[in-house]
Design a protein around this ligand. Structure first.
Ligand SMILES: Nc1nc2c(c(=O)[nH]1)N[C@H]1C(S)=C(S)[C@@H](COP(=O)(O)O)O[C@H]1N2
Ligand SMILES: [Mo]
Length: 292
């Protein structure tokens, strides 16, 4: 039986009355069911070309159609990711070790960019919760901060002013260990295209795309809400939560509709990008009009 989100994300996470590992294990037990339900509601995937040749990846370019070509210079192998901060077992993992240790699953998710375009992508990966559980977070771990790689020699966009490099994102820990939160290692049953964040990126399908950070090099468990690339660059436009919400307009455009890659007519944008049944309970008691 898949637990309801209300059962798997109890408030006591925040006051430390219940251990992280117990949480994570309950969540992992529900992962298959949540993923299956998520699979059942998605539309036909976009093609691999559509998804790997129209990208937001500011380390290369702010021109979405220019990224894939510039990204061909980037070397995703070998790769390590460091997990540290408020945990008992900080460690630098070789990506190959993670691939050996964690079974890879294929999951079809919607991706909704805050700019108003969207895609449906068959990702491959494993739950972030599994990696976090191995690090044994302490009770001080309330947020998870992610950093992309810093390689200006290979990433032309990092040689220019723009965002604060390295790109940074963050999740609340209950969001990070939610079974839908996927560490992505592939797509379309193949290696992850470099333009999509090879060799390791996040997919957090109920949030605007900028939360799904690419080329992850460091993961830190922290006590305070971390600054992120977009909350630093434009705090009035990009919030920490960034849950997909058609009712809250971006200051410069409506979020009611979206254009799916490859289509010509806009679709309605769904609350939580269509994943409300799985995640809405995470935000019980939060004013979603204020916390966007
Ligand atoms: N490191 C990094 N990650 C990033 C970005 C970026 O510029 N740099 N852009 C984000 C934005 S705005 C979106 S919409 C998605 C796009 O993912 P895709 O190109 O795989 O569709 O990646 C996100 N992850
Ligand atoms: Mo985006």
């Amino acid at each position: 039986m898949t637990p309801r989100p209300s059962e798997i994300t109890p408030q006591p996470l925040w006051d430390g009355r219940r251990g992280f590992l117990q949480q994570a294990l309950v969540l992992l037990g529900g992962a298959g069911g949540a993923a299956a339900r998520a699979q059942a509601i998605v539309e036909a995937p976009n093609t691999r070309d559509e998804v790997s040749r129209y990208n937001n990846y500011y380390e290369f370019s702010s021109n979405k159609e220019a990224v894939w070509k510039l990204a061909e210079e980037f070397q995703p192998q070998p790769w390590t990711v460091t997990i540290d901060g408020a945990c008992e077992k900080p460690r630098t993992w070789a990506l190959d070790d993670l691939l050996r240790r964690h079974a890879q699953e294929d999951r079809v998710y919607r991706l909704r960019c805050v700019e108003g375009w969207s895609a449906v992508v068959p990702w491959r990966g494993f739950p972030l919760a599994a990696l976090l559980a191995a690090s044994q977070p302490t009770s001080r771990a309330r947020f998870v901060a992610f950093e992309s790689v810093l390689r200006p020699a290979e990433m032309v966009g990092q040689r220019r002013p723009g965002l604060n490099w390295p790109y940074a994102e963050a999740l609340r820990i209950d969001e990070a260990i939610h079974p839908l939160t996927l560490l992505v290692t592939g797509a379309y049953g193949q290696a992850l295209p470099t333009a999509n964040g090879a060799p390791l990126r996040l997919a957090v399908p109920w949030k605007y795309g900028f939360k799904s950070i690419k080329a992850i090099a460091r993961i830190r468990l922290v006590e305070q809400p971390p600054a992120t690339a977009w909350t630093q660059a434009a705090p009035a436009e990009y919030g920490f939560y960034a849950n997909v919400n058609p009712e809250v307009a971006h200051p410069r455009w409506s979020q009611k509709r979206e254009l799916r890659l490859g289509e010509t007519a806009k679709r309605a944008t769904l609350p939580f990008n269509g994943y409300g049944a799985e995640v809405a309970a995470l935000y019980a008691g939060l004013d979603l009009r204020q916390n966007y």
